[in-house]
Design a protein around this ligand. Structure first.
Ligand code: PLP
Length: 389
């Protein structure tokens, strides 16, 4: 049996490991020692971890001292989303969490907040956070219970739609709240600067930018206001996240962060051109294809589309058999293909299937051609199924 050539178009689920990240990881694996040890071996690893901190900080315009390494974005979200904060040594309460309806489950679940203290911010039909609703919600916030905390992602993982974080920050400031921004999908795909966004906290993940899975960071605006730790123990990461660091993963994360910061504009122009070819090709083959978010600002690499009559699961399997790896939106839930909470939040029928194609730096013309050829065959089969019905 000949092996089908595979075409990977699921970069928002995870980006392939960059060769530079792999090399940095392999080199780090051979270093002996614990980064917390005071001997020479330990100090060498400490230097590696601190160099990684500088590289990750630089990607988002932050100070290295403001990066707390975690096991990924999900852990960073659970660290930051808590009612219990400290301002220096003084406890500070956060009373309520307001999360946009389109957040990734890592954030939407509300971290350490009780379910009754989490409120959803709606989005418009265009998939953009409804800022008027946010204003109303924060106006009604009862400060007696604590500060309001707002979580709005910078770019959505399913649609790629870029959210008006800077304007959301102005609203949050007016109401004396805290802003958490999930920049997992935006990092390396658009400029991200914590001060320019006026965010208090940013969440990052290594594997979305070409680093290894199982590494991420919570980036903070300062050092004074910090969440009560989620993981306690040996006091690593200045006590904010205990546990021996994983130097190899951090070396890979850092190499990916350096690569992500390089030639962002040039790389994005190439990726956007391929994504636009995909969308134009799909429209030519199926005039009823719906490309979600096409009218608003989106990441250059993402096309989220629906073909009426094609269920997400059927579509995903059909493309997989064609050798194309794409996804039905969020891929994080143990392989199950459910309804898209993002499309539902945008007001679409829950039964409308949708598929996501997401590209990256290694995607080329050949992948686009293979996808469009497969798309043509899937559309033809859908037509035959409708005719036969
Ligand atoms: N936030 C967004 C927007 C994501 O796309 C993902 C992963 O799919 C996560 C958070 C979770 O990241 P991690 O896999 O590092 O826990």
């Amino acid at each position: 049996m000949t092996k089908t050539e595979r075409t990977y178009l699921d970069w928002n689920a995870t980006a392939p490991l960059l060769p530079a990240a792999r090399e940095a990881m392999v080199a780090a694996l051979d270093l002996v020692g614990n980064p917390s040890s005071v001997h020479g071996e330990g100090r060498a690893l400490r230097m590696l971890v601190e160099a990684a901190r500088r590289d990750v900080a630089a990607l988002v315009g932050a100070k290295p001292a403001h990066v707390v390494f975690t096991s990924g974005a999900t852990e960073a979200a659970n660290l930051v989303l808590t009612p219990d904060y400290r301002m220096g040594r003084t406890p500070l309460a956060v009373g309520r969490l307001y999360v946009s309806a389109i957040e990734h489950p890592a954030v939407r679940e509300g971290g350490r907040f009780a379910a009754g203290s989490v409120e959803t911010i709606p989005v418009t039909r265009d998939g953009v956070v409804d800022l008027a609703a946010l204003e109303t919600q924060l106006s009604a916030h009862d400060k007696a219970a604590g500060l309001p905390m707002v979580a709005v992602m910078l770019a959505n993982n399913e649609t790629g739609i870029v959210q008006p974080v800077r304007t959301a920050a102005e609203i949050v400031r007016r109401h004396g709240g805290l802003l958490v921004v999930d920049a997992v999908q935006a990092a390396g795909r658009m400029p991200v600067d914590i001060a320019a966004l006026d965010a208090d906290f940013l969440i990052l993940s290594s594997h979305k930018i070409g680093g290894p899975k199982g590494a991420g960071a919570l980036v903070t605006r300062g050092e004074v206001l910090m969440p009560v730790p989620l993981i306690r123990g040996g006091g690593q990461e200045k006590g904010h996240r205990s546990g021996t660091e994983n130097p190899a993963a951090l070396a890979g994360f850092a190499a990916a962060a350096r690569a992500a910061a390089e030639d962002l504009t040039g790389r994005n122009a190439g990726i956007a051109a391929l994504r636009d070819r995909i969308e134009a090709g799909m429209r030519q083959a199926a005039s009823d294809v719906i490309v979600h978010g096409a009218a608003v600002e989106r990441l250059c690499n993402t096309a989220f589309f629906s073909l009426p009559g094609l269920k997400s699961e059927t579509g995903q399997i059909a493309f997989d058999l064609e050798g194309i790896a794409l996804s039905a939106g969020s891929a994080c839930s143990s392989g199950k293909v459910g309804e898209s909470h993002v499309l539902t939040a945008m007001g679409f029928d829950a039964g409308l299937g949708a598929l996501r194609v997401s590209l990256g730096a290694a995607t080329g013309e050949a992948e686009v051609e293979r996808f469009l050829a497969a798309f043509g065959r899937v559309v033809a089969r859908r037509r035959r199924a409708v005719d036969a019905a």
